[in-house]
Design a protein around this ligand. Sequence first.
Ligand code: ADE
Length: 246
Amino acid sequence: MQFEVLTLFPEIFSGYLTQSLLHKAIQKGLVSVRLHNLRDWAEGRHQQVDDRPYGGGPGMVLMVEPVIKAVEAVQALSVPIGAETEGRAVLPPAEVILLTPSGERLNQRMVEELAVLPRMLLLCGRYEGFDQRVMDLLRPREVSIGDYVLNGGEVAAMVLIDSLVRMVPGVLGDEQSSIEDSFSRGNRMLEYPQYSRPREFRGLSVPEVLLGGNHSEIARWRQEQSLERTRERRRDLLDSERLASD
Ligand code: ADE
């Protein structure tokens, strides 16, 4: 799974890309993330990428020209990361995804749909967003990570990458599985509570059933806990499940 990220702030990604699960996935060659600085396609002495909106109003708009030029240049790249010494390999065109609060809301169903794509180009906005002609020309998939406004698309792009890499075979260890996650296909319930050592802490004990080793009893208890939690916290998930099976 290859990500091309177009951003004005590539440095924001560095900590995230060099840690933990994603770092291992990159090292194993299962995932690659290539950062592109939008400013590299800006014109003029000031390398301007944003301008005031026609018609007035607050903030600045990301200009159409550098964005389109950058996307065309990135789409034309034909060598995947790490393959520079192995000759040229043809890359499939990347699906263009634009992170914006006005996009379609990300959920696990969308994650599963996107996870089949071999290459994605993530456009991170800043300021008051993109010139509308960026959307008109590129027809990107517009994705929002929730009904709140972030300072830019970078954090949203990291959220998207994080949720997608979990779906790549081999990224999670054998002992973990994205299939058992809350919200994964066919699982519309929240996780049951988990406990580890010690058996008691400040008067709070691990539920007896988890200590007995009776696997079918444990499975039943977990199922009940999941259902109870979902009913209490996310009734809408159970309702949508019922609707889906009607
Ligand atoms: N950029 C700013 N806010 C965002 C959001 N909620 N989702 C995706 N991109 C964004």
